[in-house]
Design a protein around this ligand. Structure first.
Ligand code: SF4
Ligand code: SF4
Length: 436
């Protein structure tokens, strides 16, 4: 890996990636931050130019570069339209890695970073403690008392809105609840899948993991849930902490390759994209680069794998008008657009209506809605304005988007359910069983 210009640390943005930008500007109009700010430096072309200037030693790696690099949502909308195939997301992530070396975190920022990104997220045990604390908060009466007393008004508005839409936390993670490591389908298996259960997904949305396992089994997939898996490391990659991300990627690569599955199945867009991109973390490690490639070839979103192996349309009817939000890391990072829609259309009674700019970022973007609350709020409001008002539910394939859009729906006082695509399919199969 070449280090160049003012990028003097390992894992620098690659010249081959930024030098292919032809400055055409096709990416400008689809970039959410450029749309909101109208500032070239806050556009994909501007960011690529700044990264290139640092790589060529024309500009130092200072705040003038670091701010636009961190203001990026990493939504990849620019990659979808770029005629030169510039991998803007990879460049941004690598540049953030350099920024972390150039300006190491100190004080409270360092403590927060290490507590969450090195401590809680990589540790299933600590995530289990977080689950218990959240569940205690929700079930002990503490949540009700704090809400009634008005004490939550002391929280910043964006955190208050997030608290208001926290799902009810289940007693067990899906990783634990699916205690039999192999879930056999009723009829002969078409393939074996390893279910990736995730971190936030399995704390806040373990029901969706369970629904994913049921839908996979219903469609003749043998489901394995390797117990030693951990968080995918996407948040660490987005934060520029590539060393920590590599540690986590190595663990998941070893665990899932050892499980000997045909596919590694994921129901969270951000995790799926990060895991398909694991090889990018190992450019300087030939052994793990080869393993990461083998691993990445097996990674599929649940909607993707169901279409690939073939699925049974549910025999029950589910009458509902539904719109679909394209999570950036499904639509732009993985080019998965038609498969979730195909699943929804296969459910008899579902009337699918498209929303305007369904693939424009909702502002969630990992922890962007916590670190860049103004921009995240503006994008959330645009997303809520684009929801067709006749829809009874909005479906999507990413937990972060679910929380962000749910908060927006609640703030806008709309009567619309927020669901994961797989939940609707699971509900239709449940009705099918009940009607049989
Ligand atoms: S569309 Fe691609 S080639 Fe054109 S300016 Fe944007 S990043 Fe560069
Ligand atoms: S990833 Fe998204 S926010 Fe970042 S430059 Fe590309 S379009 Fe803009």
């Amino acid at each position: 890996m070449q280090n160049q210009g003012f990028f003097v640390w390992p894992d620098a943005p690659e010249k081959d990636l930024y030098s292919v930008c032809v400055h055409c500007g096709f990416c400008l109009e689809v970039c959410p931050t450029y749309q909101q700010l109208g500032n070239e430096n806050e556009s994909p072309r501007g960011r690529v130019y700044l990264i290139k200037a640092v790589g060529q030693g024309i500009m130092p790696l200072d705040q003038a570069v670091i701010d636009p690099v961190f203001n990026c949502l990493d939504c990849r909308a620019c990659e979808t339209v770029c005629p030169s195939g510039v991998k803007v997301g990879t460049l941004i992530e690598e540049a953030r890695g350099q920024a972390l070396y150039a300006q190491p975190k100190t004080g409270a920022a360092k403590l927060t970073h290490e507590f969450f990104l090195h401590g809680v997220f990589p540790s299933p045990r600590k995530l289990g403690v977080a689950r218990k604390l959240l569940r205690f908060y929700q079930r002990s009466g503490l949540q009700r008392a704090l809400r009634n007393s008005g004490a939550l008004r002391l929280l910043p508005k964006h955190l208050r809105e997030m608290e208001a839409v926290l799902p009810k936390v289940s007693a067990q993670s899906a990783r634990t609840a699916l205690s039999v490591e192999v879930q056999e389908p009723v009829v002969q298996a078409k393939a074996t899948v390893g279910l990736f259960t995730g971190c936030v997904m399995d704390v806040l949305f373990s029901e969706i993991n369970l629904a994913t396992a049921r839908v996979a089994q219903r469609n003749q997939l043998r489901v394995k849930v390797p117990k030693e898996q951990i968080c995918c490391g996407a948040l660490q990659v987005h934060a520029g902490d590539r060393e920590q991300a590599r540690k986590m990627a190595r663990r998941n690569i070893d665990v899932f390759l050892e499980a000997e599955v045909d596919y590694i199945v994921i129901n969270a867009a951000g995790c799926g994209a990060a895991m398909k991109e694991y090889p990018e973390l190992f450019n300087d490690d030939p052994e793990y680069f080869a393993k990461a490639q083998k691993f990445a070839q097996k990674v599929r979103d649940i909607a993707e794998v169901l279409i690939e192996v073939g699925f049974d349309p549910p025999k029950a009817r589910l009458k509902r008008t539904v719109t679909y939000h394209d999570a950036c890391h499904l639509a732009h990072a993985q080019q998965i657009r038609s498969q979730p829609r195909e699943l929804l259309r296969a459910i008899e009674g579902i009337h699918l209506i498209e929303m305007k700019d369904s693939d424009r970022c909702c502002g969630s973007a990992g922890i962007y809605n916590l670190t860049h609350k103004e921009m995240a709020l503006q994008l959330r409001e645009r997303k809520i304005a684009d929801l067709p008002r006749e829809a009874e539910a909005v479906a999507m394939g990413n937990p972060g988007c679910m929380l962000q859009i749910k908060a927006g729906i609640q703030a806008g006082q709309l009567d619309m359910e927020v669901v994961h695509t797989i939940e609707l399919l699971d509900e239709a199969y449940r009705l099918e069983r009940e009607e049989a």
